[in-house]
Design a protein around this ligand. Structure first.
Ligand SMILES: [Zn+2]
Length: 230
């Protein structure tokens, strides 16, 4: 995600406190995916938390709050920026620090945070050729698997951009599921997530975690699948 749609830390804290106080079942993403694959109904108030891009802020600010609440989460990493910086006109100094390898491995060791791919260099997968698609989708997976020493089963498409060809490449590359943002058609290689933005204060979070939100979006069948993207 480009800078500017990230959630301020005090808002994130209030979101997590709300989920904790109201007994939401914050689940691991792989558990939610298993339910989706087998067509099983998720328990009431089940949801998963995801982060895209892999900013250092995920480690410095979000991770301590997740640990305090005991909430698992998945961070989708962009390989090119690990140990480096994202350029952003909106950020102070024109850049945002990304997660380092050490921070990633420390979170992995903690057991609460899992990692997925957000592509190799954050390119829009609809705007590149076949060879580049393979590089972004398949090679980012193998890089991250080498780094983490474990399988990387999920991908989140940069900008949520996905079509049938991208889904096929993800499948052929060995991913078990792919994540988009709030696209109309949802399937296992294009699972919808509900984005939370800077403007989403606690009131809007309450609305977004309520069954009313998908109904207002005309997605009646998605009431039980709530995966949040920060
Ligand atoms: Zn992104």
């Amino acid at each position: 995600m480009p800078a500017g749609i990230n959630t301020p830390i005090e808002v994130f804290r209030s979101h997590m406190d709300y989920l904790s106080q109201h007994e939401y079942r914050v689940s691991r993403l792989d558990e939610i995916v298993e339910h989706i694959i087998h067509g099983r109904q998720l328990k009431n108030k089940a949801l998963a938390i995801t982060f895209d891009d892999g900013y250092e802020d995920h480690f410095l600010n979000a991770y301590p709050i997740l640990k305090r609440c005991g909430f698992p989460a998945t961070i989708f990493l962009t390989v090119k920026y690990i140990d480096g910086y994202w350029e952003s006109e909106k950020a102070e100094g024109g850049r945002i620090k990304a997660l380092s390898k050490d921070q990633i491995l420390e979170m992995k060791k903690g057991g609460l945070i899992r990692f997925g791919s957000h592509g190799y260099s954050h390119r829009n997968l609809l705007c590149i050729n076949e060879e580049e698609k393979l590089f972004e989708i398949r090679d980012s997976k193998s890089y991250l698997e080498d780094l983490l020493g474990e399988e990387v089963p999920f991908i989140s498409y940069p900008f949520g951009a996905v079509n049938e060809r991208v889904k096929n490449v993800a499948r052929e590359s060995g991913y078990k599921a792919g994540f988009s943002i709030w696209n109309r058609k949802s399937d296992i290689y294009s699972i919808r997530r509900i984005p939370l933005h800077t403007r989403d204060d606690l009131m809007r979070l309450k609305f977004k975690v309520s069954p009313l939100y998908p109904i207002t979006k005309f997605f009646l069948n998605s009431v039980s699948i709530r995966i949040y993207s920060f």
